[in-house]
Design a protein around this ligand. Sequence first.
Ligand SMILES: [Zn+2]
Length: 89
Amino acid sequence: MNNIKNIIETQEIQIFIKNEFAQGAIGDFSALDTWPELWVFDNADLDRAVAIVKSSYSSKQAVDWICKNYDETNTPSFKICWNCQSENA
Ligand SMILES: [Zn+2]
């Protein structure tokens, strides 16, 4: 999360983190529910900040994958092979 904050701040968008210390404090909820929230100070920056977050998350898996039948190379946005419909294992 701090990593993403740094990335956004390099774009000269002012943000702060809410719930930074809430992680791990809540028992059975999924990790997503207890994730810290990133807030932008200026609403005008929101769209840009969201785009940065999305691209930085997706870049982790932004590699093409080859389906198990080796019949097709699929882009990361595809969860199933567009050629034979087998899942990305
Ligand atoms: Zn396939």
